[in-house]
Design a binder for this molecule. Sequence first.
Ligand code: SF4
Ligand code: SF4
Length: 422
Amino acid sequence: MRHGGDVAVSVSRLVDFLSGHAERLGAELHHGFSVRELLVRDGAVTGVRLGDVGRDRDGRPKPNYRRGETVRARITIIADGTRGVLSTQFAGLAGGGANPQVYSLGIKAVVQFPGPSPFGSRRAVHTIGYPDPGVFGGGFVYSMGEKAAAVGLILGLDWRDGELSPQREFEAFRAHPFVAGLLRDGVAVAAGARTIPEGGYFALNRLSAAGALVAGDAAGLVNVEKLKGLHYAVRSGICAADTAWEALERNDVGAAALATYRDRLAARGILDELRHARNFRQSFRWGLPAGVALSILQSHLPVRLGMAEDRRATRPDGRHPRPDPGGMDAATFVALSGSSHREDEPSHIALIDPARCLGCSEALGAPCAHFCPGAVYRAADGGPVLSPSNCLHCMTCMVKCPRDNIRWLPPEGGEGPRYRQL
Ligand code: SF4
Ligand code: SF4
């Protein structure tokens, strides 16, 4: 886990930088719409369908209504991030890994200081076991230049407590005297949350099929042992581009031609690194002390350790409500994410069967009213009441609802959190 010579970067700024680069090289970037569905014919991906634009809250077309267009492509590279709608559809078609994918939720803020950062301008601190040693994950503080630092907490979504609020856990972490001392006089100026696929090697989905390749978090290319995800996103994007280029030149976009993508990932060391960490995340199923010991031995185990879906972990006896740690409330957290959605559009989040919520509320305390870092769900007598305009697009609800009762689709387009510094 030793790293040297690394830099801490803002992902949103890195993406801006890379997209400017791509445009200068002649790539066309299209924004302002969402992609709803993969188009598949005879087992081959043939393109995507975009979402409709201009419907009112009840789904009726408004004067600016535009039906979602169909975009045909010889090769579609799916890179819609963790628990993406398209990559989930692709995994259903092409097949998933031996283990189910499991996730963590990363919750983070950028803190600005009035003068030079007391934390220092070239420093990284990682923590483990706080605020709840029963939850897999850990905290971090990174320098972000001379006057800012990023502080965050990663929580394995297989937590048991139906009333655990990640946003409260984050505030409890920030309130710890050690962390508070590192960040003294700092003011949070940006915040956000996102799930991270952590299942690793045994949870990898199929990486290609006729007409399609999957890259980055969408494919589950994250190494929890080395804390590498962004690196793999960039490297797998390069591998996908090289594979697509070669396939188009040979005029063969069939499954066998695109399967060379896996060889490219192997040649860049990604698959070997993931294989080395193949039982790492599973080692922590038995708690932190056992997990630390087992994680050192895991690469020598001759067996595959299994994992269950995160949604199955919540238990009625797991409830240990945390006293309010103070700090930022949920509304401030959402405001700092800059999230915005058109108020009169159809909700992009829906309960599949509201009747399923009744038993869940009684037994588990309506976990959605706690696990959503955007405070989208409010517990009520007849089931949760939704405020979709708060949504941070983190995908926790699709992973953690114990009854698999939530349907999340991308909203119209150009909406969601506005991360500028994260
Ligand atoms: S949406 Fe899911 S978590 Fe929320 S009350 Fe219904 S079943 Fe439970
Ligand atoms: S509604 Fe779902 S995707 Fe949106 S912020 Fe809440 S948990 Fe995340």
